[in-house]
Design a protein around this ligand. Structure first.
Ligand code: FAD
Length: 339
């Protein structure tokens, strides 16, 4: 152990599994509920409480929903200083709560916000942080098994944090399924809501939000149906777009299509893009590289359109159409319109 590792800690002093519930303007990021559902199994294995933690303003509804979705306890830091989001007040508040209450495991959604402030908690806690995790588990000793793609997605590495606490990870949105809220848990007083001391005020903040511009970005992780385009479309998104409109689907893409500048990066599916799990995924002119498949292989039904019968995407498809996408897409649209 070096000086940089921080003071020696006793893992037995740390308990409970924490999940950060991320809220903006009253809306909770779906990954928060995905994590809460998955973390419940961890807490059951270790015999710990499942604790939701939320930071923002006017959080009563968020706290109640966290209880309804399975939290044993919700820690609420409610103050105007947290709106709109800034990394420094969030990070400092979160850090103080971790230092005070000593959680064993802390899970944060790998959103823009989560990625932004998680390091501000991990560094002062000497905790380390496993980023972009896609699978989690825990062993009998309470050691988190955080798995994430490594070496360009060729392997899944398991990262352990045996000596330090808390064990922290950011988790990729869309990889777990959220559980439905159970209103009976509210009625039966199943969980406890705890207002924690707010340790930051406006004078402590080093950043100031001067202006906020909210852009039009589709959230493909929430789409029930997706038509994804690949390099095979050669810059012409028209046929795929018409197919998407015909089946009321969101448009998404492989990295090759994004790199070409044909479509916005927020719509990229895969290892360095988003993980999606729609009921229908139509891959148009996509070869099926492992890094792409990783982001869409949890889709319920996959349809692949490709002119190469040996394209790997067909190994992951429920229905495959071998043919020229510029003929197949219009033919499908025509058939859909006549039905
Ligand atoms: P190609 O592999 O070029 O495939 C195009 C396909 O279109 C071919 O199968 C071809 O047969 C077919 N086609 C061509 N013309 C037609 C036609 N007229 N009609 C029908 N079919 C046609 N990729 C991702 O997608 N997402 C990621 O997040 C991602 N992350 C990565 C991370 C790392 C570290 C690395 C190394 C790579 C990553 N990649 C990612 C890139 C990935 O390896 C592939 O290069 C990429 O997915 C290929 O995109 P594509 O299938 O659109 O293009």
């Amino acid at each position: 152990m070096t000086d940089d590792d921080g003071p020696a800690i006793d893992p037995d002093e740390y308990e409970d599994v924490w999940v950060f519930v991320e809220e903006h303007d009253g809306d909770v990021m779906p990954v928060s509920w995905e994590l809460l559902a998955e973390a419940k199994a961890l807490a059951e294995t270790t015999g710990d409480d499942l604790v939701a933690l939320t930071i923002g303003e006017d959080l009563d509804d968020v706290a109640e929903e966290a209880i309804a979705r399975g939290a044993d306890r919700v820690l609420v830091a409610d103050d105007p200083v947290f709106e709109p989001y800034r990394a420094d007040p969030y990070g400092e508040q979160f850090r103080a709560m971790v230092e005070d209450r000593k959680p064993s495991i802390v899970l944060i959604g790998g959103t823009h916000t989560g990625r932004d402030f998680a390091g501000r908690v991990a560094v002062p806690a000497h905790a380390g942080l496993t980023a972009d995790v896609t699978e989690i588990d825990v062993d009998d000793e309470g050691v988190l098994q955080a798995r994430r793609p490594a070496f360009g997605g060729d392997i899944l590495a398991t990262i352990l944090c045996e000596e330090h606490r808390p064990q922290m990870a950011t988790i990729r949105p869309g990889v777990f399924e959220a559980a439905e809220p159970d209103p009976d848990r509210i009625d039966s007083d199943a969980g406890e809501i705890v207002d924690v001391e707010v340790v930051v005020d406006e004078d402590d903040a080093v950043s100031e939000v001067l202006e906020r511009e909210v852009g039009e970005t589709a959230d493909i992780t929430e789409a029930d149906r997706i038509v994804a385009v690949g390099h095979g479309v050669e810059g012409d998104l028209g046929p795929a777009r018409e197919l998407a409109e015909a089946i009321d689907a969101e448009l998404a893409a492989s990295r090759a299509a994004v790199d070409e500048g044909w479509i916005d990066g927020a719509r990229q599916v895969g290892q360095t893009g988003k993980t999606v799990r729609p009921e229908l995924y139509v891959a148009v002119g996509i070869s099926g590289a492992i890094q792409h498949v990783e982001g869409m292989n949890k889709s319920d039904t996959v349809v692949a359109i490709n002119d190469d019968p040996n394209a790997p995407i067909f190994d992951h498809a429920d229905y495959g159409i071998v043919g020229d996408l510029f003929e197949v897409c219009p033919a499908l649209v025509e058939r859909l319109e006549t039905e």
